[in-house]
Design a binder for this molecule. Structure first.
Ligand SMILES: [Zn+2]
Length: 285
């Protein structure tokens, strides 16, 4: 059987199992983690923006120090009920921690959901206020979008409207960075997350098509920061099967946190991903 057919067959079986779990499984809680038989989070990676100001090979020459088989799961564009809740449930079933890059405007009306994301152990990063095209507006407007977004997310999270993010992680909508905004974020100690691979889950495709595409890209890349979108129904539909795929194929999930965050007690933790500040251009070529 060809590799493609084997994957297709496996995807169908995994999707059926995942659907059964969703229908019949008791709601899993992050508090029950770690739990035998789940994918789990293999380690926590502290990211210091001073050492990793820009990561993700889609836009930048550098990325996070991941080993073969290690992935970081990131979800953009939420919070968006009920889809975000379903993503949280799928992650809880597999005891996996991810990073959510929130849009400030929807976050400001959904403080409870924003706090739930954080309470379940996930990292909350920032993704502007209205998901604007920052490369197509003036530098001042771009900075305003970034700051308003951070302030709205922080207000939802902690009740304090501040432009100093408690987690200094930011992702540009549409990967549209500009030299001015990159400089600004770096000067403020905010790490910019691009992505190493993605599911193209914004494109009109079936959940199975999205899953197959993502698996194909992961099989090639073997590791990396994966970009997904929690408001997308196709992503919600395929996520349980994708997490099962990761487990069955020996991948492990790394949870990124800011370097100053308290250590999570049950997980192996790298205190600092310290290394010399990157030179420009990228030292590794
Ligand atoms: Zn986005």
């Amino acid at each position: 059987m060809s590799q493609a057919r084997r994957i297709a067959r496996w995807v169908n079986a995994a999707a059926a199992v995942a659907a059964l779990l969703v229908m019949h499984g008791a709601a899993a809680q992050p508090a029950d983690c770690p739990r035998e038989g789940t994918l789990g989070t293999s380690r926590v990676l502290s990211v210091n923006p001073k050492n990793y100001p820009r990561v993700g090979l889609k836009s930048f020459p550098d990325t996070l120090p991941l080993q073969d088989g290690e992935v970081v799961l990131t979800f953009d564009d939420g919070p968006s009920p009920p889809m975000t809740n379903k993503v949280l449930a799928a992650l809880a079933r597999e005891c996996v921690r991810a990073t959510f890059f929130l849009v400030g405007q929807p976050a400001s009306g959904r403080a409870e959901l924003v706090r739930k994301i954080a309470a379940e152990g996930h990292t909350v990063g920032h993704h502007t206020y209205t998901h604007a095209h920052l490369a197509h507006i003036s530098p001042d407007q771009a900075i305003e979008e970034i700051d308003r977004g951070i302030a709205a997310d922080e207000k939802a999270l902690n009740g304090v409207e501040t432009t100093t993010p408690s987690t200094p992680f930011f992702r540009f909508p549409y990967f549209e960075s500009t030299p001015a905004t990159l400089d600004l974020l770096q000067s403020r100690g905010i790490a910019v997350f691009g992505a190493d691979l993605w599911a193209s889950d914004w494109r009109a495709m079936s959940p199975q098509g999205t899953l197959k595409l993502l698996i194909r890209r992961l099989t090639q890349a073997r590791k990396g920061i994966i970009l997904l979108h929690d408001p997308q129904p196709r992503t919600v539909a395929m996520l349980p099967a994708f997490l099962r795929y990761l487990k069955d194929h020996g991948y492990s999930v790394v949870h990124v946190v800011p370097a100053n965050r308290e250590q999570s007690p049950e997980l192996p933790h790298e205190q600092h991903s310290e290394r010399p500040a990157p030179t420009t251009p990228h030292e590794g070529g």
